[in-house]
Design a protein around this ligand. Structure first.
Ligand SMILES: NC(=O)c1ccc[n+]([C@@H]2O[C@H](COP(=O)([O-])OP(=O)(O)OC[C@H]3O[C@@H](n4cnc5c(N)ncnc54)[C@H](O)[C@@H]3O)[C@@H](O)[C@H]2O)c1
Length: 377
């Protein structure tokens, strides 16, 4: 019989794409998900239909009996379930820690005490956020640099670019490698790094292969349009459909590495099919830096926006300025390279959005929550 793969958070954005790929590859799939209302909306339990051929366990990764039930007979775990809002993590700290870190500890606790344990491979969805700013080059020092998180005072001056910590010189962003310095700049990022450390210690101790995959900014069909705390393209698409302006933070020249969900699901599938006995940590991205203004303009064009994006100079504490992935380790470990171009991926996203009900725009509410706590300006 083919191996049984447990996907925690498998009803979510990346999880749904992954489950279809695992089933198509002939694997058996079980999903553990609590259909979190923040992500899926209210009454999701009544509406949710698991992909044909998969098994669904409605449960919470923070609940021991749910985790025990979900792990029965499982051969591989893909751990995706998480709270994912960077800004929200700065004031819902205990919840983010419990769901992201405590639950990962619980999964390993259950595995370590499981009679007849079959899990031989553990795959974790981590995040580029563990790097904070990531790697830069300082022309004056001729050195690789890792600038500290930008402080509120700097952001309040609208002084957006990080500077060399040694000579305060200008910096140029470099593709970030897995062995670059880790400097989480938000509670969310700190929880992802804590998850990673748990996996790197607990998986080999239990004799499991493991892969830690650091996703860049994942976008595509099926991403939550309801969650106002994450997913910049969801937020933009809703505002475009409502005829509202797209307020671009900072000066719009901050960059991210946008990777289509199809490429991410292929990378996770490769990590499931090729267990890494010695363990690996790899970036998963497109390897390209795109400015927020550029992606907003592209989406606005594809969706026929009535109002062009505009720079509003607002900011959020904990946001990084630039980060894009070096993908050589991904290619070396799994032979995977991203295939979906930004233009094609955004077109697919825009076409899918057009088939969805228009959600309420909650951007102002999410930003107000941050401003009240002095976490945005
Ligand atoms: N989407 C991105 O851009 C991105 C980037 C970096 C890392 N990641 C990581 O990838 C993983 C998946 O992200 P996603 O974008 O698919 O998120 P998502 O919010 O769409 O999906 C997460 C899923 O986890 C479930 N979940 C949340 N709390 C749970 C709990 N306590 N018990 C059981 N299920 C729970 C949710 O109901 C949801 O279905 C996360 O670990 C996230 O940190 C995502």
């Amino acid at each position: 019989m083919s191996q049984l793969v447990l996907v925690t958070g498998g009803a979510g954005f990346i999880g749904t794409h992954l489950v279809h790929k695992l089933l198509a590859a002939g694997l058996r799939v079980r999903v553990l998900d609590n259909l979190s209302p923040q992500i899926h909306g209210e009454d999701a339990r009544l509406r949710y239909v698991p992909p044909a051929g998969s098994e669904f366990v409605y449960g919470d990764v923070t609940c021991r009996s749910d985790v025990e039930r979900a792990l029965e007979q499982v051969n591989t775990v893909v751990h995706l379930a998480a709270e994912t809002g960077t800004g929200q993590s700065m004031y819902e700290i205990e919840r983010y820690y419990r769901v992201n870190v405590q639950a990962t500890a619980l999964i390993f606790d259950v595995l370590s005490n499981q009679q007849d344990r079959r899990v031989g491979n553990f795959v974790l969805a981590s995040s580029r956020s563990v790097y904070g700013e990531g790697a830069y080059h300082c022309g004056s020092c001729a050195a690789r640099r890792y600038p500290l998180p930008r402080q509120q005072a700097q952001l309040a001056r609208h002084d957006w670019e990080p500077r060399c910590e040694a000579c305060t010189g200008a910096l140029e962003a470099l593709p970030t490698r897995e062995d670059d310095r880790l400097q989480p700049a938000s509670v969310y990022a700190a929880t992802k790094l804590a998850q990673e450390e748990l996996v790197r210690v607990a998986a080999p101790a239990a004799g499991m292969a493991h892969a830690v995959l650091r996703f860049q900014n994942v976008y595509g069909e099926g991403q939550s349009l309801a969650n106002p705390y994450t997913g910049i393209l969801s937020i933009f698409s809703t505002r475009i459909r409502l005829g509202l302006s797209l307020p671009i933070f900072e000066d719009g020249q901050e960059t991210r590495d946008f990777v289509h969900v199809d490429d991410v699901a292929n990378a996770v599938l490769a990590a499931v099919i090729n267990p890494q006995t010695a363990g690996v940590t790899v970036n998963v991205g497109s390897g390209r830096a795109t400015s927020i203004m550029a992606i907003a303009q592209l989406l606005a064009r594809l969706m026929g926006a009535r109002v062009p994006p505009h720079v509003c100079h607002a900011y959020r504490v904990g946001d990084i300025r630039h980060n894009f992935a070096d993908l050589s380790a991904l290619e070396a470990s799994f032979g995977v390279t991203p295939r979906v171009s930004l233009e094609l991926g955004l077109r697919r996203f825009a076409d899918w959005v057009a088939t969805q009900p228009i959600p309420e725009d909650q951007l102002d509410k999410a930003n107000e929550e941050l401003r009240k706590r002095n976490l945005a300006g």
